[in-house]
Design a protein around this ligand. Structure first.
Ligand code: THU
Length: 137
């Protein structure tokens, strides 16, 4: 599955996710998340979760990374790495799955925790039968 992304690039993507998590603004949940996306042009963009005193306005790390990529002109996401400070990796939330679908319906998803465990899957396995751009045609 991860074979479609050359392994040095995948390592860089994972490292970018870990390092973005160190910038997380998570004073309420204390759950610091880092994410990084690989774009169709081969660039890496990272993001962290940014919380707010008005809790409903918290933004996830995955969406921070995607919005940075789109702001730079990117339109295609081929892989997403997410790091959470947990023993077992955790997967992107439902809202982030939907946002990833917009730009990477088959993106490789790599979830990492603090240990050696990693989960690799694809967006279409996490969000089957997705609603997306095609439904508005
Ligand atoms: N969070 C993420 O950044 N990504 C996810 O996929 C799940 C949750 C953040 C949102 C909030 O700041 C904190 O984790 C606890 O939910």
């Amino acid at each position: 599955m991860s074979q479609d992304v050359p392994s040095p690039l995948l390592r860089r993507l994972e490292q970018a996710a870990r390092s973005a998590g160190r910038k997380a603004y998570a004073p309420y949940s204390k759950f610091r998340v880092g994410a990084a996306v690989l774009t169709g042009s081969g660039r890496i963009f990272s993001g962290c979760n940014v919380e707010n005193a008005s809790y409903g306005l918290c933004n996830c790390a995955e969406r921070s990374a995607i919005f940075a990529a789109v702001t730079a002109g990117e339109r295609r996401i081929t892989a997403v790495a997410v790091h959470t400070p947990t023993a077992a990796p955790t997967m992107p939330c439902g809202a982030c799955r939907q946002v990833i679908h917009e730009f990477g319906p088959k993106a490789l998803i790599v979830a990492l925790g603090n240990g050696r465990a990693r989960v690799e899957t694809r967006l279409d396995a996490l969000l089957p039968h997705a609603f997306g751009p095609k439904d508005l045609k």
